[in-house]
Design a protein around this ligand. Structure first.
Ligand code: PNS
Length: 170
């Protein structure tokens, strides 16, 4: 029998920027959970290419047709954020076997910290199995075509980033 409790899932990441691979996973997850919170890490050891506000707005624009998906920023431990949101599920995408080791370590660490929260892995469409924010930025930086890899408004931001980087600094 179906439970009456709302199933909230957190989909965390850097989203620097969101790609069509992330979006594919969000679409799939939005059909499986009552509510999906796309959670963007505010402070990371990695330096982000896009400021947090822009990463959030690029995601918000990408999911505006999905009523049960919202976007939030978080700081500190992911499991603390999940608890504050009343979520007992963390969603992560696995593209290939190479993702598995890192994901398993994170999932087990999160389980150690919060045994009541489960990590759920989902596969994006195989067409996106090679896609990452890092590679999209690299292709864009060198002037390659990224329009099939990210939403159009994200492609526009990537072009802006490329032009800003190309400007002489005086
Ligand atoms: O998109 P990414 O960079 O692979 O996402 C990594 C993220 C944000 C999910 C991970 O770094 C994270 O959860 N950071 C928050 C700090 C935390 O909770 N660390 C303990 C879990 S190992």
């Amino acid at each position: 029998m179906a439970s009456v409790a709302t199933r909230v899932a957190i989909y965390p990441g850097s989203f620097d920027p969101i790609t069509n691979g992330h979006l594919d996973l969000i679409r799939r997850a939005a059909q499986q959970f009552d509510e999906l919170v796309v959670a963007v890490l505010r402070h990371d050891t990695k330096v982000a290419s896009f400021p947090l506000k822009l990463r959030l707005s690029m995601i918000a624009e990408s999911v505006e047709q999905m009523p049960n998906v919202r976007v939030a920023a978080f700081d500190g431990l992911l499991v603390d954020f999940a608890r504050r949101e009343g979520a007992r599920l963390i969603l992560r995408g696995i593209r290939a076997v190479s993702d598995y080791e890192y994901e398993m370590q994170m999932a087990l660490m999160n389980r150690q910290l919060a045994p009541e929260i489960e990590t759920v892995f989902m596969l994006p469409a195989e067409a996106y199995s090679y896609l990452s924010s890092r590679l999209v930025k690299e292709v864009s930086r060198h002037g390659g075509n990224i329009e099939n890899l990210v939403p159009l408004h994200v492609a526009a931001q990537l072009r802006k980033l490329r032009h800003a980087a190309a400007e002489p600094t005086g």
